[in-house]
Design a protein around this ligand. Sequence first.
Ligand SMILES: NC(=O)c1ccc[n+]([C@@H]2O[C@H](COP(=O)([O-])OP(=O)(O)OC[C@H]3O[C@@H](n4cnc5c(N)ncnc54)[C@H](O)[C@@H]3O)[C@@H](O)[C@H]2O)c1
Length: 329
Amino acid sequence: MAKSRLLITGGSGYVGSFAVRQLQDKYEILVIDNLLYGHRQAIPNTPLVELDLSNYNRLEAVIKDFKPKAAIHFAAYIQAGESVTNPAKYFLNNVGGSLNLLNALVAAKVKNIVFSSSAAVYGLPKKIPIPENSSLQPINPYGESKLMVEKMLKWYSQAYGLNYISLRYFNACGAEPDGSFGEDHRPETHIIPLLIRSVLENKIFTIFGSDYQTADGTCVRDYISVLDLAFVHQQALEALFEGQKNKVYNCGTGQGYSNLEIVKSLERVIKKPVRYNFGPRRPGDPDILVAGVEKIAKELNWKAVHSDIELVLSSAWKWHSTHPQGYSD
Ligand SMILES: NC(=O)c1ccc[n+]([C@@H]2O[C@H](COP(=O)([O-])OP(=O)(O)OC[C@H]3O[C@@H](n4cnc5c(N)ncnc54)[C@H](O)[C@@H]3O)[C@@H](O)[C@H]2O)c1
């Protein structure tokens, strides 16, 4: 039997490339990516159209020609800090690009979409772990842009029958266990790659802030392995194909680790001390972000199984120590 076709935007980026590898046995995949932040080497054997979502006419033509059964929409700019100083960049790409994609999907009569949303839609949550029905008050344009797309999806489903599942990822992390593929954001803003690189380069790692309202004073986050995140897209697609629709789920482990605990866990993994100090807070960092995970466990039958923090760190260590410059493209 012919495989169903799947369009994946942003499929050469970090999370998208892991999803491509997870899904390529089951689906015939076409990736759309402008390669601005992605890497061809992350998905060496997957058909890719180098295209920016701002190019509506070509986007619609590619989708009409490929006729996918569903789309997974990873493509976005992701730096929350940059979004505060350059909101235009984020609204134009994350909202404008998504609007073009939704319109092209409707024009091509594609009925299903899985959207990469973010814990950033919650802003400063009042309740931890954060349930999906918490108030949505993003504190930066990046989070706002994700919330705007979630809202567009709601109206598009009502008007045009475009069924969606929005997945609010917490902190994506880790690499393939053998270190063959991993995280390569340029610039890098995530703690695990920054920490590992500072150790590999024999530098002192700076933890941002030590006076948060947490047990050890450093920020607490929910670290979800990219392997688990890749699999949740498979579950979400199957749920859409079985008739579930218009859902929003947190994707996390339900457990938080402080920045200091991440440093200490890395010391256990690499069996040597890590040199670190404390710097000032980074603006806009909530004290604690931990996902409520009951809804996704119950409705999508998904929970994290690859997100043990030492396994995650060990895979990331393998990736960075064997690819100190990341992908070569
Ligand atoms: N990494 C995380 O921890 C995290 C957490 C929450 C949500 N997310 C969301 O997950 C998605 C993937 O994140 P990531 O870490 O893999 O980011 P990434 O930057 O590695 O991947 C994004 C990809 O989208 C492409 N892209 C961006 N704008 C495009 C456009 N206009 N046209 C075509 N391609 C475009 C980039 O070139 C890149 O390959 C994003 O939507 C992000 O907001 C990520």
